[in-house]
Design a protein around this ligand. Structure first.
Ligand code: PGA
Length: 303
């Protein structure tokens, strides 16, 4: 089989996005260039690796097998690059980090402070929800992840570094704003805007309602904290979001945190990697930095 490393990278991008257009954008190539490389690769392999049904692209059985091996080869090459960098005694390198959508409200500040101390480091930051973060860890696509409590059944190393309180938010003219110690029993009378399935915030909210035997009435499902805050401001319903997302809205008095009994729902932030993963010097340095410096650099907004 006569294949090039470039073809492997292009194959991985198409397999990850299941779209020639998105793969070509990610690789900064034209779509015909990507299609051509995949055609040549399929010719070398002697089997189709992708099939297109309607507008959707799927991996064939051979494509799935190919994907497994391609992933191992590129991971090994990344490791080789890290080992060589370490042998050169370099503190510079690439830090690949993925964070929960909600952690995006503080992660850039941590990265900025870290990069001030390590000017040579280049950072690739992926912002996505909890489900996708777990997938990235499983597929070894990231050095480190910042997320809520990781599942016990996965073989991960997780270091807890900060609180993540979830609170009930309302627009300033909502009748409950005037009340203190609002009993939990009032919540089923309200409708809520909730995050998408796969979000850590969403599952924490669902667990909380179930544990307190309360019915959760959802007005709408939204795939970002920003959409929820805008929706709550517009009067579409109440929301339950992390305090980390609220600095601006509270300062501008666009939203109010309701004083509900048993709130906040307390979650925590963890910096996580797969156990057994060979962390680069840069990734190790960032992990230590988060553990030691996050309290100094980050402040949780006050209600
Ligand atoms: P989310 O994750 O942004 O996917 O909701 C945050 C969390 O796990 O608390």
């Amino acid at each position: 089989m006569n294949i090039t490393f470039r073809q492997l990278q292009i194959f991985e991008a198409v397999a990850q996005h299941l779209s020639y257009t998105r793969a070509s954008e990610a690789l900064h190539l034209t779509q015909p260039a990507v299609s051509m490389q995949i055609k040549q690769l399929e010719h070398s392999v002697g089997l189709p690796l992708f099939e297109q049904l309607g507008k959707k692209v799927f991996l064939t059985e051979a494509g799935n097998e190919f994907s497994r091996y391609a992933n191992t080869i590129t991971t090994q090459l990344d490791e080789l690059e890290q080992v060589v960098n370490e042998m050169k005694g370099l503190q510079r390198g690439r830090l690949t980090i993925a964070v929960a959508s909600t952690a995006n409200y503080f992660a850039p500040r941590l990265l900025a402070a870290f990069c001030q101390q390590h000017a040579e480091v280049t950072v690739s930051l992926d912002v996505t929800n909890r489900e996708q973060l777990l997938k990235s860890l499983l597929e070894n696509r990231t050095d480190l992840v910042i997320m809520g409590q990781p599942p016990a059944e996965m073989d991960l190393v997780a270091v807890r570094f900060m609180d993540n309180p979830l609170v009930v938010i309302a627009p300033p003219d909502h009748p409950l704003v005037a009340h203190e110690h609002i009993p939990l029993e009032c919540l089923p009378e309200e409708t809520f805007l909730v995050r998408e399935q796969g979000s850590g915030t969403r599952s924490a909210v669902e667990r909380f309602f179930a544990a307190n035997q309360l019915a959760l009435s959802t007005a709408m499902e939204m795939s970002s904290n920003e959409a929820i805050k805008q929706g709550v401001e517009a009067g579409l319903g109440l929301g339950i979001v992390s305090m980390h997302t609220l600095a601006m809205e509270l300062a501008l008095k666009r939203l109010v945190v309701l004083d509900v009994v048993n709130f906040p729902i307390m979650r925590y932030w963890f910096i996580v990697h797969r156990s057994g993963k060979r962390l680069s010097l840069v990734a190790q340095a960032f992990q230590d930095f988060v553990r030691e410096e996050s309290k100094r650099i980050l402040k949780i907004p006050a209600a």
